[in-house]
Design a protein around this ligand. Structure first.
Ligand SMILES: *Cc1c(COP(=O)(O)O)cnc(C)c1O
Length: 400
């Protein structure tokens, strides 16, 4: 029996040819395919700069480094996200606080975030960085967080690992793509195989800020620059005629090797051509689940804010397992035996042993309530209408 996972990559003949072309070329890494991929994503997203790196987690870490997060600083992220959204600040020695979610669209509640910002300000430990997450592909309340940023002055990192290709509308009715609007300081993407486009492992930071972009480029490769206009040690850097010395490079900060390869970048650029079509199909899949399973008395779906073009990285159903009288484990196991993979996105981070000692569960009631009901159904472009009908039927039986 064919097994249907909750998400999977789609690799075309063109993708494979693009990778093979790089394998036959002069550069496997630090070559032209990376630049080309960055330019292509930048253009697609309407961003100012794109810095590709080895995975989304590294991209979040780079963003925190560029934000100059220091040991003892305080960061805020949402309780419902992948652990990487919090870990990036921990890598810098920061403390992480968790804001509750908006129960309607599941992204960080601006009100809950405001409470944390106000409390921290009153205690004279202002929040250094806020990491919002576009859970499942639904952009967070962009204007509300922009307002908070102006009021409280934090660095805003948008974890858009689920939302490349999503859109939202501002209060004037102008539609923005993820990465296009300069509200967030940095927007982070992941190219893991379950995400919209993949490079195997890969990530990227989008920004409109020239200074952040140049910092990120250096930090991605050991803190080294080869740009002669950035050299600090001019006595070493330049010959007597003023020309930069041909061997010269300069390490200015402690960075990492977080580079992506040209092999991966070529795969990513080839995949990018199918991003829009993939999102169209994901929207059809989500609509099919909602129209059929929405009739079930104990299944509901998160709401989509008006004006939002959801990217549906995930199709999350909210199942009232208590009312059904079945455990989620029993339902997931039943589905698995029928060849259908499901998952829970996510276990709220404050429940993780690493974070639970310092986290306050009383502050995240909506996240805990959501967690009890969450079930991510298969959602990826190659799912057929027949697959979807079967998944719905099997789930209905599992719940009966
Ligand atoms: C996938 C993901 C990441 C991390 O991406 P990797 O490329 O796997 O390191 C970070 N945040 C969220 C919300 C994600 O879904």
């Amino acid at each position: 029996m064919k097994f249907t996972p909750y998400g999977r990559q789609d690799i075309s003949k063109e993708d494979i040819e693009a990778v093979i072309a790089v394998l036959k070329s002069d550069y496997l890494t630090q070559g032209p395919a990376i630049d080309s991929f960055e330019k292509a994503v930048c253009l697609e997203a309407g961003a100012g700069h794109a810095i590709a790196c080895c995975n989304g987690t590294a991209a979040l870490h780079l963003a925190c480094m560029a934000a100059d997060v220091q040991p003892g600083d305080v960061a805020v992220t949402t309780a419902v996200t992948f652990v990487a959204s919090a870990n990036c600040a921990k890598y810098m020695g920061a403390e992480v606080l968790f804001a509750d979610i908006d129960p309607e669209n599941l992204t960080m509640s601006p009100l809950a975030c405001r409470r944390l910002l106000e409390k921290a300000k009153a205690e004279q430990k202002p929040i250094k960085v806020v990491v919002t997450v576009d859970l499942a592909g639904h952009p967070c309340d962009m204007q509300a967080f922009s307002q908070l940023k102006q009021e409280f002055g934090f660095v805003w990192i948008q974890d858009a690992c689920h939302s490349i290709g999503a859109t939202w509308e501002d209060s004037r009715g102008i539609r923005w793509k993820i990465g296009e609007w300069p509200g967030p300081d940095m927007t982070v993407l992941s190219f893991h195989p379950v995400k919209h486009i993949t490079t195997g492992e890969g990530g990227m930071i989008l920004t409109h800020d020239d200074l952040l972009a140049s910092k990120l480029r250096k930090l991605r490769t050991h803190g080294i620059t080869r740009e002669s206009d950035e050299f600090l040690n001019t006595g070493e850097a330049f010959a007597e005629d003023g020309a930069p010395n041909p061997w010269y490079y300069e390490m200015q900060q402690l960075g990492y090797n977080y580079r992506i390869t040209d092999i991966q970048a070529a795969l990513g650029e080839s995949q990018l051509h199918r991003l829009a079509a993939g999102i169209v199909r994901r929207r059809e899949i989500a609509a099919a689940y909602e129209s059929r399973l929405g009739r079930h008395p104990h299944i509901s779906f998160p709401k989509v804010t008006e004006g939002v073009g959801h990217a549906y990285h995930l199709a999350i159903a909210l199942v009232d397992f208590n009312a059904v009288g079945k455990s989620r484990a029993a339902v997931m196991n039943y589905l698995k035996q029928a060849g259908i993979g499901t998952q829970v996105h996510y276990i709220p981070i404050p429940l993780m042993p690493y974070y639970s000692k310092s986290a306050n569960l009383n502050e995240v009631p909506e996240s805990l309530a959501y967690y009890r009901k969450a079930l991510s159904l298969p959602c990826f472009p190659q799912l057929s209408d027949g697959d979807i009908a079967r998944i719905c039927s099997v789930l209905e039986v599992a719940l009966s």
